[in-house]
Design a protein around this ligand. Structure first.
Ligand code: NG1
Ligand code: ZN
Length: 529
C-alpha cells in the first residue's frame, strides 16, 4: 500500500472530527455534505473487498427513498448480494477512523480479512440522480484508484441494475451481459415471450401509469421503452424534470401515507404503480369508482407471484419446494392467506433485505417481499436446471409449456435484488396471462387495519428484540407492557424495534378496526418512552 499517496488523497476527503456513522441495513445514509470522506473510504474498502474475493465489487451511491438532500452508499458483493456482515463491521470502522488512524485501520482490516495486496482490484460504480451523487461517486473513484484498483463507472443506473451488472461480470456472462443494453435485452425478450401466450394478446394495448419518484427509474424506463413490445404502454409520471426527488411521491410515500402521489392523475380502476428513488421498490394502487384509494403493497405482490408460481410448479409436476419469506411488517391477513388458502409455507425473518434473501436461498423457489415493495424471487441452481431441461425436452405438451413459462420468468426476474422495473414486468405479465384486473388482484384478501408509527427516544439501541424482531427482550418490562396492551384489542398484534436506517424506534400494530390499530400503536408508543 502506498501510504504517502493515501495520506495525500485522504486529506482531500477529510473526515469531520468526531463524526461517527454506521453501516446499517442500507449501507451508510446521512446528509450529503457529511459523506465525502465516507465515499472515499468506501472506495478503499471496495478495492480491498475485491482483492479478498478475487471478484468485481459494486459501489452504489444512493439514499433510495430519503429526501433529496441526503445521500448514501452501499457495497455490492460478487454475486450481486448485499455486503457480507463481517465486512459491514470493517466499513463502519474505516468510515469512523480519525485521519491519523486511517493507515492502521486499513492494515488491520487487511490482516483480519487476509487481503492479498498483490491481487488486482476491480470495482463497478453506479449512482442515482441526486445533485450530490456525481461528486460523491468521484470520491469513491479516488479511493479505488489510490489503492491501485481498476474501476468502471456506469454513471446513472438504478440500484438493481448495478447489482445485475456485478453479478453478470462475476459469473462470466452466465447471468447475462454486464451492460445496460444486456439488461434491457434480457428482460424484454423474456417479457415478450411471456405475454405472447396471454389470452388477451393482440387485443389492443395495456396501459400502466408509473410514478417514478422524480428519480432514476424515469430515465432508465425511458431507455428501456424501445425494447418493450408496442402492446405495453407505460406512462411515466414524476420524471424528475419538474419536482424534487421523492417529494410527496414514490413508493415509500404511497405506502406510508396510503394515498396517491402528487403529480399523477388517476382515473377510477386505472392500474398505477410507484417506484422509489433508486427503483428497487414498487407498489401498485388504484382508486375505485367510489373514489376510494386501494394500495397493493409488497405482500400482495408476493401473493400474486406465489399463486402463479404454484400453479406452474403443479403443472410441471416436479417436487420443488417453494416458500414465501416475509418480515414482521407483513400484514397478518397476507400471511394467513398464503398459509391457509394457498397452503404455501411462510417464514418470518428480521427486517432488511439481506435476511430475506438469505432465507429465500434455502428453497428451490423462494419468494421474498417486504411489505414496502422490495422483493424478488430466487430459484436454486438445481430448480433452474430442471426447469430449463423440461422446457427443452419434455414430451408432454402441457408440462413443457408450463416449464417454458417458468423459464421466461426466471429470465425476467432480477434474482440479485428487488428491482422495480423487473418486478413491474413480472406483475404485468402475470396479470395479462391470468386475465386479472387490478381490482380482482386486490380482492385476493383484505388487509387487517394497521398502523406504523415512529418515535424518537434518547437511545434506540436500549431496545433489543428476538423472534424475528416481534418481541422485545430489553428494556426489562417493555414486552410485558406491550402484551397487556395487545390483550385489550381484538385480532391484534404489536411490536417495537429500533430502525436500522433512521434514529427512531418503529411501532407496528394491527387490530380489528382502524381506530383500534391507531389506538394500540399510540399506546405502545407511550410504553416505549
Ligand atoms: P428500518 O429503518 O430498519 O425499519 C427500513 C424499512 C425496511 C428496509 C430498510 C432498507 C420498514 C418498516 N423498514 O428499515 O423494510 O427496506 O429500510 O431500506 O419499511
Ligand atoms: Zn430503494
Amino acid at each position: 500500500m502506498d501510504f504517502e499517496a493515501l495520506t495525500k488523497y485522504s486529506a482531500l476527503h477529510p473526515k469531520p472530527a468526531g463524526l461517527t456513522l454506521q453501516y446499517g441495513t442500507a449501507g451508510f445514509r446521512s446528509k450529503a455534505e457529511q459523506l465525502d470522506h465516507v465515499m472515499f473510504r468506501m472506495g478503499l474498502l471496495a478495492a480491498l473487498r475485491s482483492r479478498a474475493t478475487g471478484s468485481t465489487i459494486g459501489v452504489m451511491v444512493t439514499a433510495s427513498h430519503n429526501p433529496e438532500e441526503d445521500n448514501g452508499v452501499k457495497l455490492v458483493d460478487p454475486l450481486g448480494e448485499m455486503l457480507h456482515p463481517s465486512w459491514e463491521e470493517y466499513a463502519t470502522q474505516l468510515a469512523n477512523a480519525e485521519e491519523q488512524e486511517l493507515q492502521k485501520t486499513l492494515t488491520e482490516i487487511c490482516q483480519k480479512a487476509a487481503v492479498n495486496q498483490q491481487k488486482d482490484a476491480s470495482v463497478f460504480l453506479g449512482r442515482d440522480t441526486r445533485p450530490s451523487s456525481k461528486k460523491l461517486s468521484q470520491a469513491v473513484i479516488d479511493g479505488v484508484s489510490v489503492l491501485g484498483g481498476q474501476y468502471h463507472d456506469y454513471g446513472l443506473v438504478t440500484t438493481p441494475q448495478l447489482h445485475y451488472v456485478v453479478c453478470c461480470q462475476n459469473t462470466r456472462g452466465q447471468y447475462g451481459k454486464p451492460t445496460l443494453e444486456g439488461y434491457y435485452q434480457k428482460l424484454s425478450k423474456a417479457f415478450m415471450e411471456l405475454i405472447k401466450k396471454s389470452p388477451g394478446s393482440g387485443e389492443g394495448q395495456r396501459h400502466l401509469k408509473i410514478d417514478c419518484a422524480n428519480g432514476i427509474g424515469a430515465l432508465k424506463l425511458s431507455e428501456m421503452q424501445p425494447y418493450l413490445p408496442k402492446e405495453v404502454l407505460v406512462h411515466i409520471y414524476n420524471d424528475g424534470t419538474k419536482e424534487k426527488l421523492n417529494h410527496l411521491c414514490g413508493a415509500d410515500f404511497v405506502k406510508v401515507h396510503q394515498k396517491p402521489p402528487k403529480g399523477l392523475d388517476m382515473k377510477p380502476n386505472e392500474r398505477c404503480c410507484s417506484f422509489d428513488g433508486d427503483a428497487d421498490r414498487i407498489v401498485y394502487y388504484y382508486t375505485d369508482t367510489a373514489g376510494h384509494f386501494h394500495l397493493i403493497d409488497g405482500d400482495k405482490i408476493a401473493t400474486l407471484i406465489s399463486i402463479f408460481l404454484k400453479e406452474l410448479l403443479a403443472k410441471v409436476g416436479q417436487t420443488l419446494k417453494m416458500a414465501v419469506i416475509q418480515t414482521a411488517y407483513a400484514n397478518g391477513s397476507s400471511t394467513r392467506y398464503l398459509e391457509e388458502t394457498l397452503q404455501v409455507p411462510v417464514h418470518c425473518v428480521k427486517t432488511g433485505v439481506k435476511h430475506l434473501h438469505h432465507k429465500a436461498q434455502e428453497f428451490d423457489v423462494g419468494v421474498y417481499f417486504e411489505a414496502n415493495g422490495h422483493g424478488t424471487v430466487l430459484f436454486s441452481k438445481a430448480a433452474e436446471n430442471t426447469i430449463r431441461q423440461l422446457a427443452k425436452e419434455e414430451k408432454d405438451d402441457a408440462k413443457r409449456e408450463a416449464a417454458k413459462v417458468l423459464e421466461n420468468l426466471i429470465d425476467l426476474i432480477n434474482q440479485t435484488v428487488g428491482d422495480a422495473i423487473s418486478d413491474m414486468l413480472v406483475i404485468e405479465a402475470i396479470l395479462s396471462l391470468k386475465g386479472l384486473t387490478v381490482h380482482q388482484w386486490d380482492a385476493f384478501y383484505t388487509d387487517f387495519p394497521n398502523r406504523l408509527l415512529k418515535v424518537q427516544v434518547a437511545d434506540r439501541q436500549v431496545i433489543d428484540t428476538t423472534d424475528a424482531e416481534r418481541r422485545a427482550v430489553t428494556p426489562p418490562g417493555l414486552q410485558e407492557k406491550i402484551d397487556a396492551l395487545v390483550k385489550k384489542y381484538k385480532f391484534s398484534r404489536a411490536f417495537v424495534r429500533p430502525s436500522g436506517t433512521e434514529d427512531v424506534v418503529r411501532i407496528y400494530a394491527e387490530a380489528d378496526t382502524q381506530e383500534n390499530a391507531d389506538a394500540l400503536a399510540h399506546e405502545v408508543s407511550l410504553a416505549v418512552y
